[in-house]
Structures are given as C-alpha cells and as structure tokens.
Design a protein around this ligand. Structure first.
Ligand code: ATP
Length: 319
C-alpha cells in the first residue's frame, strides 16, 4: 500500500471535512501518498484526482459540507462506469480507496471490492440509517440543528397556542425525528419504523389542549409522508390551529459538533489503518463506544436498529 485515494459521495454531511483531513494527515504520517477525488464516483470515472498535501486540508475541520464536493453518479452504477473507475485507479497507480458516504456510496464501494480493488467505507450521512453502526458522521450536528429550530418554533407555537408539525430528513430512517423528538420534548413522533393512528394522535392533542397545554410539537420523519398532509388531517379532525414546517436542507449544513469532528477523525484514521493492515471490503463504525470495522456485505445486509425503548420513553414523557 503506497498510494491511496479518498472521495466523498451521496448527500453531504457536517464532519466530512474532518474525515478528509484525518485521512490525508494520517496517510502522510504513515508515509503514504494520498489523492483526493473530486465529486465522488463522478470524479473517479472522469479522472478528477489531485494529490493532497498536509496544507491541503488546513482550516477545514470546522467547516460543514465537503471540500472534495459530492455528486450522484448514475454512470458508475453501470458495468461500463465501474470499468472506467478501475482503469483510472490503475492509471493513477492507486492501491486503496477510502469512500465517505451513506448506503448508496457503500453499495458502489462494494462493486469495486467485488472486482478485487481494496476499499474501506466511512459512514458519512446525517440520516444515521446504517444499521451496523450506532452513529454516522453528521447525525449529531443535524440533531443540534433540528433542536435549535424546534426551540425557536416552540416560542411561536406556545404564543399562538398552536400545534406544530415539524418534518425532518432521514429517508426511510426515523432516527432524526426520534432523537430530536425526545430531546425537543415532542408530544408525538411519526417514524417509518412504526405505524401511527391519526385519530389517536388527535384525541391526545385535544385532551392535552383541554388540560391547558398551550402547544403541541409533532416530529415527522420524511419517510412517513408529507407534513403538510398530516397538518391538514389534524386541523380537519381537531379544529385546532396547526402549522407545518419542513426543515429541509438546512439540516445538512453548519459547523460540525465536537462529537462529529471527533468521530470523523477516529473513523478516518481507522479506515486508513485498515488499508495498511491489508484489509478490504470493510466499513468502519462505532458500537458501544468502540471504533469497529466489519465486512461491507454483512453491514449492508443488517436490518434497522430502531431504538424502541427511546420511542417508548418519548411517549411516557409526553403524557
Ligand atoms: P445519503 O444517504 O446521505 O444520501 P448515499 O451514499 O446513500 O448518501 P446515494 O445517492 O444513494 O447516496 O449514493 C451515492 C452514489 O453511489 C450514487 O450516485 C452512485 O454513483 C453510487 N451507488 C449507489 N448505489 C449503487 C449501486 N447499487 N451500485 C453501484 N453504485 C452505486
């Protein structure tokens, strides 16, 4: 292992820059030459690689987004695209690759691993939708961004005695809604992992309103459906003043939290060390506070890690 490369792919996440910095610095410290690939798999098949030096990653640890930029690349999903990628890696004499991204990025990495090229995956996505790891890079920052918004919405929601429906990201994973529901004191959390009954929700909101509760916060994961639709249903059934807020891409931005910077640095160094140890087809993660690596196929096959007890606790605390 003499020359390695790093790319970020899929949705960007705060902390990706801290991960790039750690891949670059750890590699150089270990005597490797390191290349950055622009725009994920798109840059890989187009040969958009540049050598990274110690100063290349200066002053980025605190910045959101990704300095290597990210892109979705359909061409890479075709056999021809994969061949082009392998050819570029050969031309640049790259011996191993670190990919930072989510589920799709790892599926892409797996196709390179299956072709015999050493790749290690680092989980970077605000969605926290990878079952094999307790946390992904960017999730904690997104939680803090959402909680800040929930606090602000609480001010206006209670002043006007309203019901606030807040839609958050997460694709088919309800973790952002769940964690911010608990941390933000939501009355209800609607996530794709469990069924909900809109009539029961309305009954509970009306009971609370009759008891003198001046506001209700309902967190909705995007995988459940549209906050606007849920807002209309609740208004129709209760007659209460209900407003929907869709937080959208603001959840992807911002300076990464301490947790995300530290996690990103540890994951990235571990990934480079995996390559140095001759490992391939592995993804890095954290379980019970320990940095781990596991087989990429096994990791992708793992089912949801939805935290039932956290969900139940939110229900108890919102009585
Ligand atoms: P996030 O969950 O944050 O959006 P992601 O990594 O899941 O991140 P995707 O857009 O799903 O984001 O995937 C990123 C890229 O990975 C795709 O544009 C494509 O180039 C590649 N990719 C995704 N799935 C596959 C696959 N099954 N085979 C080969 N490449 C894939």
């Amino acid at each position: 292992m003499r020359r390695i490369a790093v790319l970020t792919s899929g949705g960007d996440a705060p902390g990706m820059n801290a991960a790039i910095r750690a891949v670059v610095r750890y590699s150089i410290y270990k005597g490797l030459q390191i290349f950055g690939i622009e725009r994920g798999y798109k840059g890989l098949i187009e040969g958009d690689l540049k050598e990274m030096l110690i100063p290349s990653v200066g002053d980025i640890i605190h910045r959101g987004g990704t300095m290597l930029r990210s892109a979705r690349c359909l061409e890479f999903m075709e056999e021809e695209g994969k061949k082009r990628a392998l050819n570029i890696l050969d031309v640049f004499k790259i011996d191993g690759l670190v990919v930072i991204g989510g589920d799709g990025t790892f599926r892409g990495a797996k196709t390179l691993c299956d072709a015999g090229f050493p790749v290690i995956g680092v989980p970077g996505t605000i969605d926290n939708d990878l079952a094999y790891t307790d946390y992904t890079i960017g999730f904690d920052t997104a939680l803090n961004t959402v909680l800040d918004a929930v606090s602000k919405l609480r001010d206006t929601t209670s002043s006007h005695e309203r019901v606030s429906i807040i839609e958050v990201m997460g694709r088919n994973c309800g973790d952002i809604a769940l964690y911010t529901g608990l941390g933000g004191g939501a009355e209800e959390i609607l996530v794709p992992e469990t069924k909900h009954d809109i009539d029961n929700i309305c009954k509970k909101i009306l009971l609370s309103a009759n008891r003198g509760k001046t506001q209700s916060i309902i967190m909705v994961a995007e995988g459940v459906g549209s906050a606007n639709d849920i807002c209309a249903q609740i208004h129709e059934k209760t007659g209460l003043d209900v407003r929907a807020t869709i937080l959208g891409h603001i959840q992807r931005g911002g300076s990464p939290t301490a947790k995300d910077r530290i996690l990103a640095s540890q994951f990235a160094a571990h990934a480079v060390q995996c390559l140095l140890d001759g490992k391939s087809s592995r993804v890095v993660g954290i379980r019970e506070n320990k940095i781990i690596d596991m087989d990429i196929t096994e990791a992708l096959d793992m089912k949801s890690k939805f935290n039932e007890s956290m969900y139940e606790l939110t229900k108890i605390l919102s009585i």
